[in-house]
Design a protein around this ligand. Structure first.
Ligand SMILES: Nc1ncnc2c1ncn2[C@@H]1O[C@H](COP(=O)(O)OP(=O)(O)O)[C@@H](O)[C@H]1O
Ligand SMILES: [Mg+2]
Length: 256
């Protein structure tokens, strides 16, 4: 099986800071890879570079699409990147407000993505939007309400419905349970886990929450100061960490 996404030797500097130092990573179809590390370790930078949202100073990223065409992500045109974001890719932001249109109804937020992907039949779009609101446990009676009347957890579930309605193959997630109450986080993680499994999604999950990474990821990559210091199957990395930094991270000494 060929990787969906293949990154080699990524480097990225911000002034004197090495945000990424010789980072290489493969992601296979249906695989969930957790990218963990303390704040400032380069997790979000890596995710943005892999999604073509941020350039790099060196290295390459190749995405192989559903029909087997390779895309050079670091040199992709804006139009081609937007096309991927409307079809095969999805991005879940920590802050749902960065992804949702706050002055458009919940159903509209989901339906809009379908329209951007080419759907035209209003009745079917509304039906599909209702279906997806149901899948993220938002009551049908809230379909015509604005997202700003929703709780943080509901907004995040709406963002997830908006992302998944177009059936992406690859979803980038940056701290998807970040700013939420702990009890809400746990429910949301369970929901993400079941959706990801049902849909067979490939996911790159950035999180500083080791418990979230354990619950969702097949494989874990540990970053520190822009480098990958350890990677492997989730249970192996978390139950038998080899690198001293991973040992600290797992023992929660560095929990942010
Ligand atoms: N746009 C930027 N301009 C300057 N420095 C940045 C920028 N983005 C990230 N950095 C720096 O790069 C390093 C990695 O940041 P980031 O990727 O956001 O880490 P993480 O997501 O793990 O918290 C940090 O030192 C951060 O301050
Ligand atoms: Mg970050």
């Amino acid at each position: 099986m060929n990787p969906l996404l293949e990154a080699r030797g990524l480097n990225l500097r911000f002034g004197a800071v090495d945000a990424l130092l010789d980072v290489s990573l493969d992601l296979y179809p249906g695989e969930v890879v957790g990218i963990v590390g303390e704040s400032g370790s380069g997790k979000s930078s890596l995710l943005k570079v892999l999604a073509g949202m941020q350039g790099a100073d060196g290295g390459c990223v190749t995405y192989t699409d559903a029909v087997g065409t390779d895309h050079d992500v670091l040199n992709i045109s804006d139009a081609a990147r937007r096309r991927l974001m409307r079809s095969e890719w999805g991005f879940v932001h920590q802050n749902a407000r960065d992804a949702l249109r706050m002055n458009v109804s919940a159903g509209g937020n989901v339906g809009e993505r379908l329209m951007a992907a080419g759907a035209r039949h209003f009745g079917k779009i509304r039906e599909e939007a209702a279906h997806w609101l149901g899948r993220v446990e938002i009551d049908a009676s809230r379909m015509d309400d604005l997202p700003r009347t929703f709780s943080g957890g509901m907004q995040q579930r709406l963002q997830i419905a908006r992302t998944l309605v177009t059936r992406p193959r690859l979803v980038f997630m940056d701290e998807p349970t970040g700013g939420l109450d702990v009890s809400v986080q746990a429910k949301l993680l369970d929901l993400i886990r079941s959706l990801v499994a049902d849909l067979g999604l490939a996911v790159l999950l950035v999180t500083h929450d080791i418990a979230a990474a354990r619950l969702l990821s097949h494989r874990i990559v540990v970053m520190r100061h822009g480098r990958i210091v350890e990677e492997g199957l989730t249970d192996r990395v978390l139950d038998d960490p080899q690198h001293p930094y991973t040992q600290l991270l797992v023992s929660s000494v560095l929990a942010a």
